[in-house]
Design a protein around this ligand. Structure first.
Ligand code: ZN
Length: 186
């Protein structure tokens, strides 16, 4: 990978042998591997390893989960917050695992739409809850830095499965909770 990064530096008109750039191919390679480490992680195992039997049957919500990802079209960052809710059906998952799950899918080359649905479907398939809702809000540097969209625009995507898809009131409760005041809101 380092050779290829050096070739890219040359292609943009740089001199990869100058002092400031000598170690850049090495650094870029290391950073890219860290930012895409999700490929080596198994999201199903993360959830399956933290399942508990519990009769709780109300909505469980984790909001404002920070994430950083790379868009697969430009390999530039997009980042923001994910909000995840589910209504259990006999099983709950350790709450910190929801943030881990976001991280595993975010640290791959992504599009925001797929990131959103992958999180929702993975939870549906492992937890078998009554329903799952995922909303992702992000800003994309490939739009902002290149000036192709309004500078302050951000993108919101959602995936609603099970009761969140079927019942308007459940969806509304979720949307009110993520839009409402809370310790996570600034
Ligand atoms: Zn892009």
């Amino acid at each position: 990978m380092e050779q290829h990064v050096a070739a890219i530096l040359e292609a943009i008109g740089e001199d990869p042998s100058r002092e400031g750039l000598v170690k850049t191919p090495q650094r870029v390679s290391k950073a890219l591997r860290e930012l895409t480490r999700g490929y080596d992680q198994d999201p199903e195992a993360i959830i399956n390893g933290a399942l508990f039997t519990e009769e709780y049957s109300e909505m469980i919500l984790m909001k404002d989960i920070d994430f950083f990802s790379l868009c697969e079209h430009h390999v530039l960052p997009f980042f923001g917050k994910a909000h995840i809710a589910y209504i259990p059906n006999g099983k709950i998952v350790g709450i910190s695992k929801l943030a881990r799950l976001v991280d595993v899918f975010a640290r791959r080359l992504q599009v925001q739409e797929r990131l959103t649905t992958q999180i929702a479907h993975l939870l549906m398939d492992t937890l078998h809850p009554e329903g799952v809702a995922v909303v992702v809000e992000a800003e994309h540097l490939c739009m902002r830095m290149r000036g192709v969209e309004k500078q302050n625009s951000y993108v919101a995507t959602s995936a609603m499965l099970g009761v969140f898809r079927e019942r308007q009131e459940t969806r509304d409760e979720f949307m009110n909770l993520i839009n409402g005041a809370g310790p996570g809101r600034r």
